[in-house]
Design a protein around this ligand. Structure first.
Ligand SMILES: O=c1[nH]cnc2c1ncn2[C@@H]1O[C@H](CO)[C@@H](O)[C@H]1O
Length: 490
C-alpha cells in the first residue's frame, strides 16, 4: 500500500547514504542511542528556534556554543582516523600560533600591505623599519589587538567584513604572507609541526596528510634551508613525535606549488617534487597545486607538464572545483583532475553540478575531501545545510571530512568540521554509522601502503572499542547517579 511503499523508499535512501549499509554491534547500538538522543534534541530545538541551530550559522558566531554541544563533545572523543586535507601554515589552533609571537627576537614590519614577521639575530635587515614585537607590546596597548587581527579571519560580523569572495581570499592570503617569516624560522618550524601533530593526536586523529609549498626556512646565522632540507626538518620532527607518541600512525606530505606560476616555474617545481619523492619515498605522498582557484591557472594550462607525471604514475591530489561558478575553467578542473587520475579531489565543491564527471570519479573511486568550515568562511556557502557535500553524503560517494586551515577560522583539530558535517550536511537520521564510515574512509583513502593501512585499521579498531567502553561507562555512571543510590556501576 501507499505507506509501505513510502517506508521502503525512505529505507532505501537510508541504506544508500555514507555508512548506511553498515551494521552496528550491540555495543555500538547503545552508543548510537546516546549520540542520536543528543542529535535529535539539537535538531528539534533548531526547528523551533532556528537561531539555536549551530550548523546553520556562521562558524565564527557558533563556535562557542558548539563547544557546549553534547554531540560535539562525543565527536571529540571518537577516534576519527586521519586528517587528509590541510595546509602547512594553517595546521594548528590560533592559540598555538599566537603563542609563537611571544618568542624572543621576533620582529614585525608594519608597512602598508600585510604585516611581516621575522626573527633576527644581531643584525636586523634594512629592507623595512623592523620593530621588536616585545617592545611594541610594552609600548603600545593596541598592538596585540592589531597583530591578532592580521593573523586571523575571525571577526564579529563576517558578512560585513567580507562582502565578497575576493575580499576574504585577499585577507586569507595576507595572513599566509604574515606567518611565513614567523613559522619559517628553523626552531619554530620544528616546534610548529610537532604541535600540529599533537593537537590532532589530542583530538583523536592518528594520522595526517598535509599539503605544503615548502617556503624558505631560515635561521639567524643566515642559513637558508632548501626544499630538501625543509622536508628533512618535517621528517625529523615526525620521527621525534612518533618516539614520544608511539601510537601515532604517521604523516605524509603533498607538495603544492602555487597555481598562478608560469609553466617554466611549475616545471622547476616538478623537478623538485621528483627529487623529493626519490629522497623521501615514504613521506612524500604526491603533488597538487594551490591558491585561489578562480584566480589561478587551470589544470589545462599545465597539461603538457602534468601528463608526463601521470604517465610516471605520480599520485595527484588536486584541488578542483573549489568554486561557485559553473561551466568556467575552475569547475572544469574537476574533469582534468579525474582524467589525470587524481587519487582524491580537494573540495570538489562544484562536483554535483557535473553528472558525467561525478560518475567517472565514482567509478574511479576518487575520494572527495570536504572542508565544511573552510567553504563557509571562504564564502562558497552560507548555511551548511546548502553545502553540495550533502548530496555526496546522501549518495554514498566516498567522502572524507577535513579542516583545511583551522588556525585562521578559530577551529582546532578535526572535530569542529566533523560536527558541522554530521549536523548540517547529513540527514536527520544519519547516525553513528556515518561517523564510523567517515573514519574508515579517512584510512582507506589515505596515501598509505596496504600494510600501513592494515596497521592503521587494526589500531583504529582498538581505539574504537575503547571509545565505546568509555562512552558506555560514563553513561552508566550518570544513570546510576540519577536512578538509584544502590546501583553498582560496572
Ligand atoms: O582552500 C584552499 N584552497 C586553495 N589553496 C589553499 C587553500 N587553503 C590554503 N591554500 C593555499 O595554501 C597556501 C599555503 O601553503 C596558501 O598561501 C594558500 O594559497
Amino acid at each position: 500500500d501507499y505507506w509501505s511503499e513510502r517506508d521502503a523508499i525512505i529505507a532505501k535512501e537510508q541504506t544508500r547514504s555514507v555508512g548506511g549499509h553498515l551494521r552496528l554491534t550491540d555495543r555500538e547500538e547503545k552508543v548510537n542511542k546516546i549520540l542520536m538522543r543528543y542529535k535529535y534534541k539539537e535538531l528539534d530545538d533548531g526547528l523551533v528556534h532556528p537561531k539555536n541551530f549551530l550548523a546553520g550559522q556562521h562558524f565564527f558566531n557558533a563556535k562557542k556554543e558548539i563547544e557546549r554541544s553534547k554531540v560535539f563533545n562525543l565527536i571529540k572523543k571518537l577516534p576519527k582516523g586521519a586528517s587528509l586535507h590541510s595546509h602547512d601554515m594553517g595546521l594548528v589552533s590560533f592559540e598555538c600560533l599566537y603563542n609563537l609571537t611571544y618568542k624572543d627576537n621576533l620582529y614585525v614590519c608594519t608597512n602598508d600591505g600585510p604585516y611581516r614577521l621575522q626573527f633576527f639575530g644581531d643584525k636586523v635587515d634594512k629592507d623595512c623599519d623592523w620593530q621588536l614585537v616585545s617592545t611594541l607590546r610594552q609600548s603600545n596597548s593596541s598592538f596585540d589587538c592589531e597583530l591578532k587581527k592580521r593573523l586571523t579571519l575571525v571577526v564579529d560580523d563576517p558578512h560585513v567584513a567580507y562582502s565578497t569572495l575576493n575580499k576574504v581570499w585577499k585577507a586569507f592570503e595576507d595572513i599566509f604572507v604574515a606567518v611565513t617569516g614567523l613559522l619559517g624560522y628553523e626552531p619554530i618550524w620544528r616546534e610548529y609541526f610537532y604541535e600540529a601533530m599533537k593537537e590532532l593526536y589530542e583530538d583523536n586523529v592518528k594520522y595526517l596528510e598535509f599539503r605544503g609549498i615548502l617556503p624558505q626556512v631560515y635561521d639567524t646565522n643566515g642559513k637558508i634551508y632548501d626544499p630538501f632540507e625543509v622536508v628533512g626538518l618535517y621528517y625529523d620532527t615526525l620521527k621525534k613525535f612518533m618516539e614520544d607518541y608511539p601510537d601515532f600512525q604517521g604523516a605524509k606530505f603533498i607538495y603544492t606549488p602555487y597555481r598562478k606560476l608560469d609553466n617554466k616555474t611549475i616545471q622547476d617545481h616538478i623537478v623538485i617534487y621528483e627529487k623529493l619523492k626519490t629522497r623521501y619515498p615514504d613521506f612524500i605522498a604526491g603533488f597538487d597545486l594551490v591558491g585561489q582557484e578562480d584566480a589561478g591557472f587551470p589544470l589545462t594550462s599545465f597539461i603538457n607538464e602534468l601528463i608526463p607525471m601521470q604517465q610516471n604514475g605520480t599520485p595527484f591530489f588536486f584541488h578542483a572545483g573549489e568554486t561557485n561558478w559553473q561551466g568556467a575553467t575552475t569547475d572544469l578542473n574537476l574533469l582534468d583532475a579525474v582524467l589525470l587520475d587524481t587519487k582524491r579531489i580537494g573540495h570538489a565543491f562544484a562536483l554535483v553540478k557535473h553528472p558525467e564527471i561525478m560518475k567517472m570519479a565514482k567509478h574511479k573511486d576518487i575520494a572527495v575531501e570536504i572542508c565544511p568550515i573552510s567553504n563557509q568562511v571562504l564564502k562558497l556557502v552560507d548555511d551548511i545545510r546548502n553545502h553540495p557535500g550533502a548530496v555526496l553524503v546522501a549518495n554514498d560517494y566516498p567522502v572524507v571530512i577535513a579542516p583545511d586551515d583551522p588556525t585562521f577560522w578559530g577551529a582546532k583539530g578535526l572535530s569542529y568540521d566533523w560536527y558541522i558535517a554530521f549536523m548540517g550536511m547529513a540527514s536527520r537520521d544519519d547516525d553513528l554509522r556515518l561517523l564510523k564510515q567517515l573514519a574508515e574512509n579517512s584510512i582507506k583513502y589515505s596515501a598509505t601502503t596496504t600494510s600501513e593501512k592494515n596497521d592503521m585499521f587494526q589500531h583504529w579498531q582498538e581505539d574504537w572499542n575503547r571509545f565505546l567502553d568509555e562512552v558506555l561507562k560514563e553513561e552508566n555512571i550518570i544513570n546510576c547517579k540519577c536512578n538509584s543510590i544502590r546501583c553498582q556501576p560496572n
